[in-house]
Write a protein that binds this ligand. Structure first.
Ligand SMILES: C[S@@+](CC[C@H](N)C(=O)[O-])C[C@H]1O[C@@H](n2cnc3c(N)ncnc32)[C@H](O)[C@@H]1O
Length: 273
């Protein structure tokens, strides 16, 4: 009985909307970091103080400056900060050495806050020693953001690699969390996932690994808000409101169960040298 009613509801809804609303084929499937950040800044009243963790050679931090952000960039490696300063001299006064897993470094950074946008892209958090350290690093990122702030975080997840390995590179210590770990971290911090995109890069064979290697990671945009969790009952009323505004979620296109034919997989750990 309930099934029959559900099917009737689905039929009535989809027969009542236009073809371009039913199809997911036309939904934009690419994203632009700057467009997304600018949109959330407008919609969520987010400021312009940009903190980048593990900024490496400074290219993103320099681009953030070009986009008008008030940038502070960090990295654990002093040599990389020197490289960033040489590549982008205008970053010179905006560079700090900090280890995102070190509570003292993070406290010193927080003293230079508050930060409206905290970015850790390029799998910085994967450089943790183990899952527990990764969770601390994630908490540190969240703590560095002001009460309404945007976090942009890239993570390589175990399930994105064949065999769900604990690590994929042979040449540095790192850890791959799973989707479950990510969900727990997200919920524990009361974060709202605004966007999640899959990044993909194919590395050519190297002297130490004789095959191409597919690297995948998720780029996540989170909103940190205070109060981090909605008051009791708020979630239900939110659904009722949105249903009034829009009748029901659109049909989802079934996701492929596996990689498309022809996708090659890395069969063993590879050195990134
Ligand atoms: C793959 S690179 C990405 C660089 C840059 N974010 C980008 O996307 O171009 C990872 C960076 O994380 C930095 N890193 C590694 N461990 C770190 C830590 N504990 N705290 C801060 N940065 C770290 C590395 O030095 C390196 O610059």
């Amino acid at each position: 009985m309930r099934d029959a009613r559900r099917r009737r509801e689905i039929r009535d809804y989809y027969l009542g909307i236009s073809p371009d609303e039913i199809t997911s084929h036309l939904t934009p499937s690419s994203f632009d970091l700057w467009d997304s950040v600018a949109r959330y800044r407008r919609e969520l009243q987010i400021g312009a103080r940009w903190l980048e963790i593990g900024g490496g050679m400074g290219d993103l931090a320099a681009a953030a400056l070009d986009h008008g952000y008030d940038v502070l960039m960090t990295d654990i490696q002093a040599e990389l900060l020197d490289t960033a300063a040489a590549r982008h001299p205008r970053l010179r006064t905006r560079l700090r050495r900090a280890d995102i897993f070190d509570a003292r470094d993070v406290a010193a950074l927080a003293a230079q806050g508050p930060f409206s946008i905290v970015a850790a892209v390029g799998a910085v958090l994967n450089h943790a020693r183990d899952q527990s350290e990764l969770a601390h690093g994630f908490d540190h990122l969240v703590a560095l953001g002001e009460p309404s702030s945007l976090l942009v975080v890239d993570l390589m997840l175990s399930e994105m690699f064949p065999g769900h390995p604990a690590s994929v590179w042979a040449d540095f210590l790192h850890v791959l969390p799973g989707f479950g770990d990510l969900a727990r971290l997200t919920r524990a911090s009361g974060l709202h996932v605004l966007e999640a995109h899959s990044l993909y890069h194919r590395y050519p064979p190297t002297a130490t690994f004789d095959r191409e290697f597919d690297e995948r990671m998720l780029r996540l945009f989170f909103h940190k808000r205070i109060p981090a969790r909605p008051p009791r009952g708020a979630a239900r009323s939110l659904v009722r409101e949105s249903r009034r505004a829009r009748p029901a979620p659109r049909r989802r296109v079934p996701s492929p169960a596996s990689d498309p034919p022809g996708t090659r997989r890395a069969a063993r750990r590879r050195s990134r040298a």
